[in-house]
Design a protein. Structure first.
Ligand code: PRX
Length: 656
């Protein structure tokens, strides 16, 4: 971004006046407060935003860095903070969730309803033998039951691990085994885009793959009622488990560091990591970022379109908005069903004021709107909107401008929020009433977050120069460890290169030479971001080579894609001669299906190219940087002097 063409969008006068963080001076005052007294700042906010059963006396314990502890001697309960205290504060009859089903049916639940539902579910879990510290895997679609299930786990001190409903039986099995879950909560089916898709059958398959002996019970929510196999003694219908359960359940007061949840995410090696989050620090940042980044007020209608299977759904559906006593939308369906006007229609129908979605969704809806006026935002009344948000991947300036103009009517600030599963909540983001916006930049760190751009030695680089994104100080909602693998946690996030002192985000970044604004330049490891979904290239390679009857070798890289941000591109060497024409197509389909089975449909490569070999160095190392150029159909301009088999580049280049 050159300075000359940097266009600043100033906060509108109304938001700049009424926002929780009103104006740049207010932002800077918070930054200064945190700099002057880091622990004092976070301690103050933890007292202001959360209700503690037992107050903490120490804010940050760094004695066993990088295994930092926050508010460690304090006790609280996340579900109490999200539900009971809102009821106690007179919000019992306020709508907590407006649920819209795939087919359009709307169900509203008040805080009182949600509390009762959560308590009954919590009591049902206890009746099934779940205790504090046990893990519960949740494999369910977007639903009130899904949110209540997470809250119920939190209520009794069980650690939930939600697995996105698009993951395969194999992926689900791996996560169940790694967590050692005692119980699984699922549904008979999920309904998306008018289609009924199995959930319970996938749980059955996962459990039949072995390694899941820890699982004693499976609770099954009836969504379709279409009938599924139930295993005697193991599987229980949710309705039956809930029958007769009391609508009151005393919360289990847990230590602030008690693991609230595990969420698996891809890293640069094959095995997904179980990111462990705490109760106190996590909930603080969930509530605080919801309050300041979305400026969430009592009369707002908030809609985060993410799935509860991802971290965005955890922080900005299940925890943040409820901790603030807000009203939010939970949507079961997809943005393109029954047509690509669904989001705009829902914003109109429910008078949504704050809307938070992913660039991929915006880009696909732009395409649809350009060819069909009926699904263009201008065909809907979107005047209720006041703030827009973006998350999960870089938003290209053209998509930003469209979102700003056509969805936000030119008046709504866009908060481009940079964060990660590991960070628990926003790290670098504009605040709507304070930060002048630049399309494509996530602007400045959230107050209290000390982000920096450094070189390989950990030294800060001058503004205007690209480098590695790090966080200099621990923050409350940071990842605590990788479940069962503390060494991997240390190596991945506090590497020796930086003397174990800096949190390594895994992204590259550059700060604008004049404003210091951050722009994320993409992952610096072997992680791809496809439609805002994080995928490890090694994971996909392992899945490919596990197709042992066909595949000899495989390498996976990303290439830019207009809609999905990045697309997965696989280079495959078969155990049989290199196929072409229809045979190549048929084998590519077989491999895609295999990957869908191993990981899930989201990991299917867009491009599969077959070669007699892969580009390798004399010592046999695959030269992925060359494959990245080939994937983009670019001429290879990099140094190829160490490449042993140069002819292979032509072959792979043509194999498209
Ligand atoms: O590469 C960054 C990208 O998404 C990664 C984190 O993915 P995940 O843990 O799945 O969490 C996604 C939802 C928070 C980051 O390392 N990313 C996330 N937000 C942005 C982004 N890249 C650019 N701009 C963003 N706003």
């Amino acid at each position: 971004m050159s300075e000359a063409d940097t266009k600043l969008y100033q906060p509108d006068a109304e938001t700049a006046k009424s926002a929780y963080v009103a104006g740049m001076e207010a932002y800077q005052a918070l930054v200064a407060e945190a700099e002057a007294d880091y622990e004092g700042y976070w301690g103050r906010l933890a007292k202001e935003l959360l209700s503690w059963k037992q107050p903490f006396t120490q804010v940050l314990d760094s004695s066993n860095a990088p295994f930092f502890k926050w508010f460690a001697d304090g006790k609280l309960n996340a579900s109490y903070n999200c539900l009971d205290r809102n009821v106690e504060n007179g919000k019992g009859d306020k709508t907590a969730i407006i649920f819209e089903a795939d087919g359009g049916e709307v169900t509203k639940v008040t805080y009182k309803d949600l509390l009762e539902r959560t308590c009954r579910l919590a009591n049902a879990l206890k009746a099934q033998g779940v205790k504090k510290g046990d893990r519960v895997v949740i494999y369910i679609a977007m639903s009130i039951d899904g949110v209540a299930a997470m809250q119920a786990c939190a209520r009794i001190g069980a650690t939930h691990s939600v697995v996105f409903g698009g993951f395969s039986a194999q992926s689900l099995r791996d996560r169940i085994e790694d967590t050692g879950a005692k119980l699984i909560i699922t549904a008979d089916h999920q309904v998306r885009g008018g289609k009924q898709l199995p959930l319970k059958a996938i749980v059955d398959e996962a459990l039949s793959l072995g390694g899941c002996d820890s699982v004693q019970k499976v609770l099954v929510v009836k969504r379709s009622g279409a009938g599924v196999a139930m295993t005697e003694g193991r599987d229980v219908w949710m309705d039956e488990a809930l029958a007769g359960q009391d609508a009151v359940c005393e919360p289990e007061w847990v230590e602030a560091e008690h693991p609230l949840f595990l969420l698996y995410t891809s890293g640069s090696t094959g095995k997904p990591k179980g990111v462990q989050h705490s109760t106190g620090g996590y909930l603080l940042h969930a509530a605080l970022t919801t309050k300041w980044t979305f400026d969430l007020k009592d009369d707002d209608v908030f809609w985060c379109t993410a799935d509860i299977g991802w971290v965005t759904g955890h922080t900005y559906i299940t925890y943040g908005p409820l901790a603030l006593g807000g009203t939010e939308i939970v949507f079961e369906g997809v943005p393109t069903y029954p047509d690509a006007g669904r989001f705009w229609k829902m914003i109109q129908d429910h008078k949504v004021t704050v809307f938070y979605t992913a660039p991929t969704a915006i880009r696909s809806l732009i395409k649809a709107a350009e060819s069909n006026e009926a699904v263009h935002p201008k065909s809907y009344d979107l005047s209720s909107l006041r703030i827009l948000g973006s998350v999960g991947e870089p938003i290209n300036p053209a998509a930003w401008e469209w979102y700003h103009q056509h969805v936000g009517g030119g008046r709504c600030p866009i908060v481009d929020t940079f964060w990660q599963t590991e960070t628990g909540g926003h790290m670098i983001t504009p605040l709507p009433g304070a930060t002048p916006l630049v399309p494509g930049s996530c602007t400045l760190p959230f107050p209290g977050i000390q982000a920096a751009v450094v070189d390989e030695t950990g030294k800060e680089v001058p503004w205007g120069q690209g480098g590695i994104l790090v966080v200099k100080k621990p923050w409350p909602s940071m990842i605590r460890t990788i479940w069962g693998d503390p060494e991997r946690f240390k190596k991945s996030y506090y590497p020796e290169d930086f003397k174990g002192q800096l949190y390594l985000a895994g992204d590259g970044a550059i700060r604008d030479a004049k404003t210091g604004y951050f722009t994320i330049t993409g992952r610096i490891d072997d992680v791809l971001n496809v439609s805002g979904h994080r995928m490890g290239t090694m994971e996909i390679e392992s899945a490919l080579v596990s197709c042992t009857e066909l595949v000899a070798e495989a390498a996976v890289v990303g290439r830019p894609d207009d809609t999905t941000g990045e697309a997965i591109c696989a280079f495959v060497v078969l155990k049989r001669p290199r196929p072409s024409g229809d045979e190549a197509k048929a084998i590519a389909k077989q491999l895609r299906d295999h990957i869908a089975k191993e990981i899930g449909p989201i990991a299917k490569p867009k491009d599969i190219r077959f070669g007699d070999n892969l580009p390798k160095t004399r010592s046999g190392k695959i030269m992925r940087r060359l494959l990245r150029s080939v994937a983009k159909n670019e001429a290879v301009t990099q140094d190829t002097s160490t490449l042993e088999n140069p002819a292979i580049l032509d072959q792979l280049g043509q194999a498209y």
